[in-house]
Design a protein around this ligand. Structure first.
Ligand code: HEC
Length: 152
């Protein structure tokens, strides 16, 4: 997958091309989904996401240095390597992944964990509501050292 910086740059170019030059809209198509997700997350309400996170809190802590419960701690999860918490026993599929938790990957996983990561041991049915996922992602994104500061 693209690094975040690269994805953002291209996403921006895609937006410009849609707005500015109809002829380039073709090249924007492949990235339209990621761009829409980023826009949705930016517009979403992290406070609403915090209440939705109650469904996750039975198994996950979010504070910096928080303990493992049934699932690993989720501090700084946006753009973290998949399966990166030391000492946590991940499923084989998750341990084998070499990707990062981009917003796009998180969105897909939260929507339907078992479809997105076949063999995952995360016992959560999935959050089908797009708006709720965007709020949840906005909340998770706020939980990192970078917080909502300008990203590199
Ligand atoms: C019933 C317990 C449970 C619930 C509820 C749950 N999770 Fe999980 N979660 C897990 C387990 C177990 C894993 C490890 C999965 C694996 O190794 O396949 C995990 C893994 C994850 C990961 C990957 C972490 C990493 O270090 O790569 C993310 C992200 C995540 N969960 C987010 C969520 C979110 C967001 C919610 C709420 C919408 C949620 N989880 C609800 C148990 C749960």
């Amino acid at each position: 997958m693209f690094s975040k910086a690269f994805g953002k740059g291209v996403g921006f170019a895609a937006v410009v091309s849609v707005v500015g030059f109809g002829g380039l809209a073709f090249s924007a198509l492949a990235l339209a989904e990621e761009t829409a997700l980023e826009t949705a997350v930016e517009a979403a309400d992290p406070t609403a996401g915090q209440s939705i996170f109650r469904r996750c809190a039975a198994c996950h802590t979010v504070e910096n240095g928080g303990p493992t419960r049934v699932g690993p701690n989720l501090w700084g999860i946006v753009d973290r390597d998949i399966g990166a918490v030391e000492g946590f026993r991940y499923s084989r599929s998750m341990a084998a992944s070499e990707e990062t938790w981009s917003l796009e990957n998180l969105d897909g996983f939260i929507q339907n964990p078992r479809a997105f990561v076949p063999g995952t041991t995360m016992g959560f049915a999935g959050l089908r509501n797009e708006e709720q996922r965007a709020s949840l992602l906005a909340y998770l994104q706020s939980l990192s050292n970078e917080g909502s500061e300008a990203e590199e």
